[in-house]
Design a protein around this ligand. Structure first.
Ligand SMILES: [Zn+2]
Length: 451
């Protein structure tokens, strides 16, 4: 959607000057300017002569940071302040899922995430949210939608008791042989999915299906990849163990979510396959912190929680493995299971902070993961992800320097301007600019999680 100047018929132009530019490519930050024309970046760097004229809106950033809109590479838009498994399916009808997802899509944009890769959504609401965003009906990021996730009988999503005969309506589709997988992929493609996700291991909180329990066969993963790729769709797996990630690497899955509890041989195989990895560190960190603060009473003491869920062991392994993966050149992404009570939507910036403070990432590398690498995972690197001429003007102005303190990106109030496709989602008015100088303001948009 191009903005046009009604009087001249020319594309509208916005010139950001005196910016501390972090362009997302990984090259050193520099002082410069950026010109937006219509929905695209027209020029970036040291602009001579400076753009001027009645059709140019000039915004002097006075040294504040200009960077690409960020990309959340693992997000569940329908997760709605989940406290327990029934909150993920039984307690949430399609109507509530839809409202939550609309709010969470807006929250993503409000936190500076102008694009995202869905990791699955109840009732396929992510597909319809994507369509509404693309039609300009609701605010939200550019989104690759996954629809319902694939899983096996007895696998991670099959938590409802068999005797109730509930199955899993909404969140997942159970598939138990390669042809069932192919049919499910074909159905998901028909229904509008950009990517297919399959769960192939369990999870710490699921005591009957743990992180290291593999729930499918190589043939089933191969079938998913072949069907998805034949239709030019991406595919991802939820996989936390060595065995599962090796199977994913053999199948050349595009994206592995987690890959946390794995060994060096598996890291080598993932590097060789070229799969992207979204570790989702914050989910483990937050889950442990919540348990320590008295959460998960159904598991008894904190010691019993640790013994049953193995999350501390997983976190220790993940921190080491993310560092090793980064050294091997595996492309690690920003994203996690936001939408639980202990890691709600809107807290996305914590993932970057963990990479820097727990793993030892350079802040620039964390920013590249949140921008350029995310665009590559979406196969949209020619359109978004970096501040380069010809790409969509998806960009942020940050009050401060995230290279000096990455955690400022956790505070949406420090992101003063948010632009997607040349249109401002947020820009300060004189009133908010004065308020920002004098106090820390409340967010202008409440997060769904705080309702
Ligand atoms: Zn997830």
């Amino acid at each position: 959607m191009s903005e046009r100047n009604g009087s001249t018929g020319c594309l509208s132009r916005t010139y950001f000057k005196n910016a501390h530019i972090i362009d997302g490519t990984g090259r050193a930050a520099y002082q410069g300017g950026l010109l937006v024309e219509g929905e695209k970046i027209k020029a970036v760097g040291t602009l001579h002569p400076e753009p001027m004229g009645p059709d140019v809106t000039v915004i002097d950033l006075a040294g504040n940071t200009l960077m690409p809109g960020m990309i959340l590479s693992h997000v569940h838009l329908s997760y709605n302040h989940v406290r327990d498994l029934p909150d993920l399916d039984l307690k949430q009808p399609a109507e509530v899922s839809t409202i939550a997802a609309v709010c969470n899509a807006r929250t993503m944009l409000d936190c500076g995430y102008t694009s995202g890769l869905s990791a699955g959504a109840l009732h396929m609401v992510d597909i319809h949210i994507r369509n509404a965003i693309n039609a300009g009906k609701i605010p939200g990021p550019r989104l690759l939608a996954a629809g319902r996730d694939l899983c096996q009988t007895g696998g991670m999503l099959d938590w409802n008791p068999s005797w109730l005969r509930l199955g899993m309506e909404g969140l997942g589709v159970f598939v138990d042989d390669p042809w069932a997988v192919r049919k499910a992929v074909r159905q998901m493609v028909k229904d509008g999915a950009d990517m297919i996700k399959m769960y192939i291991t369990g999870e710490g909180l699921l005591l009957e299906c743990q992180q290291t329990e593999l729930t499918c066969t190589q043939e089933e993963i191969d079938a998913m990849v072949e069907e998805a790729h034949r239709r030019n769709r991406l595919c991802s797996v939820h996989a936390r163990s060595s065995e599962s990630c090796q199977m994913a690497a053999r199948a050349k899955v595009d994206l592995i979510d987690h890959a946390t509890f794995i060994d060096d041989e598996t890291l080598d195989m993932i590097a060789e396959a070229g799969s992207f990895v979204a570790p989702g560190l914050d989910y483990i960190v937050s889950t442990l912190a919540y348990a320590k603060a008295g959460g998960f009473r159904w598991l008894g003491s904190y010691e019993n929680f640790l013994d049953k869920t193995h999350y501390q062991e997983e976190l220790d392994a993940a921190i080491i493995n993310i560092g090793k993966a980064h050294e091997r050149g595996i492309k690690l992404l920003i994203g996690s299971d936001f939408g639980f009570e202990w890691c709600p939507h809107g807290t996305y910036g914590r993932e970057l902070t963990h990479l820097v403070k727990l793993v030892g990432y350079k802040p620039m590398d964390a920013l590249v993961a949140a921008t350029k690498l995310g665009s590559e995972a979406m196969r949209m690197q020619d359109k978004i992800g970096t501040l380069e001429a010809g790409k969509y003007a998806d960009l942020l102005v940050v009050d401060g320097n995230p290279l000096a303190d990455i955690s400022i990106l956790e505070d949406r109030n420090r992101i003063t301007h948010i632009m997607k496709g040349g249109e401002f989602f947020r820009q300060p008015t004189e009133k908010t600019a004065t308020r920002n100088r004098n106090a820390t303001p409340a967010s202008s948009v409440p997060s769904w999680a705080t309702w």
